[in-house]
Design a binder for this molecule. Sequence first.
Ligand code: HEM
Length: 443
Amino acid sequence: MAADTAQIFDHPALQRPKVSDREPLHPGYLRVGEDVPPASALDITTMDIVDPEVWRQGKYWDRLERLRNEDPVHFTPDSFVGPYWSVTRYEDIMAIDTDHKRFSSSWEHGGITLGAPLEDFEMPMFIAMDEPRHSEQRITVQPAVAPNMLKEYEPLIRSRTQGLLDSLPVGEPFDWVDKVSVELTTMMLATLFDYPFERRRDLTRWSDVSTNMNNPDICPGGEEQWKQEMMTCLTTFMGIFQERGAMPEKNDLISLLAHGEKTRNMTPMELLGNVILLIVGGNDTTRNSMTGSVYALNKFPAEYEKLKADHSLIPNMVSETIRWQTPLAFMRRTALEDVEMHGKTIKKGDQVAMWYVSGNRDERFWDHPNDFIIDRANARRHISFGFGIHRCVGNRLAELQLQILWQEIMERFSHIEVLAEPSLTSGAFVKGYTWMPVICHPK
Ligand code: HEM
């Protein structure tokens, strides 16, 4: 190790960010730092998996495993997001995700996250639309991430990644989340939107705020602050949208939306919804895969050695990272009619969580599901990108960014060492990291 231990522990990068205390969101939910009871101690008939503190502590695995084994289509009668179903096995998740005629994503039915959307702040976005509107809008933005654009972006992504890695303080501790994962994904997003580059951290902020209304460390003013910041995002993008609409069409996401036949007359709230979709879609997910890859290789050192010996494993390692990490833990659907599954009836109008994070660890489908195996033969069959008509539009771009990152890491560093257990995001939707101190060792 390059720095001595005393120096390391005094270093600012090693000060774990504080998590402020907060009122639990629902009766019976845990306070910050309170012990999470093991799943075996819980009554399965009322088992709930959306308490944010359970996620912040990373202690949801045994609940998901118990549900997969004992109650694969599980009803939680009471939670802070209301009553909801949990589907936890790989094959069952695939069945629902591909059945968009009976399971809606539409915001009019509640959208793709659990709970009721704010009534006075509806943000329609195409991930939360059914056919035909969904496809009309999806097709409009697809050119921004089509194979020809990825080819065009590749040298830019590579040179930015090289520049960033070359600027890292080799041999000194730093926070990988902020310095690398957030920075790289934010730069990419600024490029996709052709957003003023020097103001790119606006995008990070809006991404963090949009999924954290209930998190006082990010949004201490709660709903009011959340709405205000979303309105700032809207005003900013409304200006860009109008400007791009008045100029000849380009391939950035806002220009495509401003010229698209089905999107140029969007309402302001629909523009905001789609902007937030693209910001969160392109930001949190790839960001947490970037951190997850370093973390996983440290937890499974034999896999890191395998990678060092054979860099051609990088593409498969990237798929395995996205499986192992599962950056979005679930997507919600709403039943449009009564549906029977495993002897249970999901009633018309019920909300259903498809727990991708559980399907990606289903022992019926995967060998050694909890292990990170970089040459796993079927790694690409993970369901982290969803499946069916809403399958992630940016999946190839995310893979490309991660592949380039690892190719360039292997050129520069003999090892990236994780110095402490990372801090995790709280909340069951975005599954990721807020802090992870590392040291990069030179080659
Ligand atoms: C590792 C990285 C990523 C993961 C794990 C991920 C995951 C997902 C998931 C789970 C869905 C929803 C699937 C469903 O409802 O069935 C989705 C949709 C989407 N993602 Fe990603 N995503 C990633 C990267 C990206 C990137 C880089 C972009 C930006 C360009 C992006 C943009 C979108 C959009 C626009 C949708 C909506 C697609 C639709 O409704 O048709 N994602 N993504």
